[in-house]
Write a protein that binds this ligand. Structure first.
Ligand SMILES: Cc1cc2nc3c(=O)[nH]c(=O)nc-3n(C[C@H](O)[C@H](O)[C@H](O)COP(=O)(O)O)c2cc1C
Length: 367
């Protein structure tokens, strides 16, 4: 079945399953001449890796990246870049129960029906959060391109977990603090409260949801191809392709429904002789085109479905109702590990649009 390619000019092909041999990605359309090493990719992958704290899954994966093609003498060649990580800490027997008793609100049953029972169900197969390692690999390349050519910087952090919200922080503070704490919060105070929420849920054998916020600085006016490839349309598609994402809002977002035009409109001003915006309730996109203001959006993650509590399900062999308690190793909250994934998907979409707009060239001249 098709559906594993994202982008038009910077095309990312995702492949691999949770308990298969590897997880990987192919980038078709990366400009030649970008200095690129495995360390560049590894740095980003390490931020998403499982087993790094007591509030993520205890699956221990090294997630060591191998670049198989498209890089020569330390630079991208313009040919497809294939990158993989091998799956090592695989305990497929943990997943025998879900073969016949699908987890409520996971993809097990629906994939079984769609693919006629041929789908690899082990560890959730193609529907595992593990596939997002591939997104992060491609995102690492995109982030490097954006920074080098356009000085564009993508920063995501945890805004909220289980109703506990980070407040009163600047982007600089978020950049400084987010990787100092396990939950990727922008302030140490919020981090403590959010971690408590996760631990309380874990103690009950339950899971919990939250919100990742993402800010992009340095974008010029003009990215986005209205109407169907509008910048917000493509970002929404990319975010909703991350497993467990249930929504996205830009700028004032859903609050706009309760505002007047006179409050929501972002007035034009002239600042240092340049046309600017007085505020940014649009979140950096109007008419599907970047406005030059920081891109700002929030992504909602549901509580993961695999919980150690009794839930109603069905037995596919007897087609009768039964119960399931999900064993195995799972994330009690996806949000902390999803922060680098949101950054990666954002960078992929922006790079694709920057190439389409002609502001990232096909060859980077380093001389
Ligand atoms: C980084 C990451 C880790 C995840 N870990 C888990 C997990 O441990 N247990 C679980 O049930 N779902 C987990 N998920 C979510 C499922 O993959 C997802 O809910 C499932 O594929 C169904 O898709 P949907 O929620 O988008 O509808 C994770 C998602 C991400 C992005």
């Amino acid at each position: 079945m098709a559906g594993n390619i994202l982008g038009e000019m910077f095309r990312v092909v995702s492949f691999g399953e949770s308990h298969g041999r590897c997880i990987g990605v192919v980038i078709d359309g990366c400009p030649a001449g970008l200095e690129l090493s495995e360390e560049d990719i590894q740095k980003e992958l390490n931020l998403r890796r499982p087993g790094t704290s007591r509030i993520t899954t205890s699956r221990m994966e090294e997630d060591k990246v191998e670049i198989l093609s498209g890089v020569f003498n330390g630079y991208t060649t313009g040919a497809p870049i294939c990158m993989i990580i091998l799956n090592k800490d695989v305990r497929s027997e943990d997943y025998e129960s879900i073969k016949y008793t699908p987890r409520p609100s996971h993809a097990d049953y629906f994939a079984h029906v769609k693919y006629g029972g041929y789908n690899d169900y082990r560890g959730g197969g193609r529907f595992s959060g593990r596939i997002t390692a591939g997104f992060v690999m491609a995102g690492a390349v995109a982030k490097k391109l954006l920074k080098k050519i356009l000085e564009v910087e993508v920063t995501a952090y945890t805004l909220e977990i289980g109703g506990e919200k980070a407040e009163n922080f600047t982007l600089d503070e978020a950049k400084r603090h987010r990787y100092e704490n396990d939950v990727r919060a922008p302030t140490p105070e919020a981090a403590v409260k959010m971690k408590e929420k996760i631990q309380q849920a874990m103690l009950r054998g339950d899971s919990i949801g939250g919100i990742v916020e993402c800010t992009v600085t340095g974008l010029p006016v003009g990215l986005g191809e209205p109407v169907f490839d509008a910048l917000d349309s493509d970002l929404a598609k990319a975010m909703l392709s991350i497993p467990a994402v249930k929504g996205i809002e830009f700028g004032a977002g859903f609050k706009a429904a309760r505002m007047f035009g006179s409050e929501h409109n972002d007035p034009f001003i002239v600042k240092d002789g340049r046309i600017d915006l007085e505020k940014n309730d649009a979140g950096g996109i109007v008419g599907g085109i970047s406005t030059g203001a920081p891109l700002l959006f929030r992504v909602v993650f549901k509580p993961p479905s695999s919980i150690a509590l009794k839930q109603k399900t069905i037995d596919l062999r007897t087609r009768e109702e039964t119960e399931i308690i999900v064993s195995g190793r799972h994330d009690p909250c996806i949000v902390p590990r999803a922060v680098p994934v949101v950054e990666a998907m954002t960078a992929i979409v922006l790079t694709d649009h920057a190439i389409r707009y002609g502001i990232i060239p096909p060859v980077i001249r380093n001389l």
